[in-house]
Design a binder for this molecule. Structure first.
Ligand code: NAP
Length: 210
């Protein structure tokens, strides 16, 4: 099936592995040009090279990468200095740590809200008006099923991502949809990635509840 997105430009955050990598791979397979972002330059370059080797000859898609922390203003500025007029934006970054809410101070909350709520909002703010003026745009936020079915040890994630969900629901009801721009959240359950391995390992160390 032709999805009709070949030749479009996508920004995929957290793209060197896991779910972001899966999105980048699927987009390149469809002939979408992709700018991949992650912090670790070595892994990011290896992942981009893999996509180039496997798909670029057949799809003619371009694959660029930018090693930056997308949760910082400087990181986002470096990404947008490479390109700004994205048709598709996948917002994604590492999830907050698990734990007991009694141990989380203001700093822990600010970090979670920054990464999992304010960063997607900044990325949306920077790209939706351009999408609307061109009559096409797709924003996809990778969040978590914990928004719908909160998990006790994932309080930071439950809280920060619920804030994003509320914000996005409001924006999606604005006139942007009539201009061809849709905003959707993906709520993954359990996927076999490094993140899920780390979480399961941490949970297995926790003493069993009485
Ligand atoms: N896997 C699941 O089953 C599952 C379930 C529910 C929700 N989620 C959520 O989905 C998201 C992706 O999870 P995943 O399992 O794909 O994780 P992952 O395998 O650990 O991959 C995370 C990716 O994001 C990049 N990244 C992390 N922090 C970043 C930052 N500040 N700036 C730019 N890139 C960053 C990582 O590279 P660098 O470390 O090099 O930056 C890596 O490429 C997370 O928010 C996670 O909580 C996952």
């Amino acid at each position: 099936m032709d999805l009709g997105i070949a030749g479009k430009w996508a920004l995929v955050c957290g793209a060197s592995k896991g779910l972001g990598w899966g999105c980048a791979q699927a987009l390149v397979q469809e002939g979408v040009n992709v700018l991949m972002v992650a912090r670790g330059a070595e892994q990011l370059e290896a992942s981009a090279s893999k996509l180039i080797a496997e798909y670029v000859d057949s799809t003619r898609a371009s694959v660029l990468f930018c090693a930056q922390d997308i949760t910082t203003q400087a990181g986002r500025a470096a990404v947008f200095a490479m390109r700004r007029d994205f048709d598709i934006v996948v917002t994604n970054a590492g999830g907050p740590p698990t734990g007991d809410f009694r141990d989380w101070d203001r700093g822990a909350w600010i970090k979670a809200v920054d990464a999992n709520m304010l960063t997607p909002i900044e990325l949306i703010k920077a790209t939706v008006d351009g999408m609307a003026s061109r009559g096409f745009g797709r924003i996809v936020n990778i969040t978590s099923s914990s928004v719908k079915a909160p998990i006790d040890v994932l309080g930071l994630s439950n809280g920060a991502r619920s804030g994003l969900t509320g914000f996005v629901a409001g924006v999606a009801r604005s006139p942007l949809a009539a201009q061809g721009v849709t905003i959707n959240n993906l709520l993954p359950g359990v996927f076999d990635t490094d993140r899920i391995k780390t979480m399961l390992e941490a949970n297995s160390q926790r003493p069993a509840k009485a």
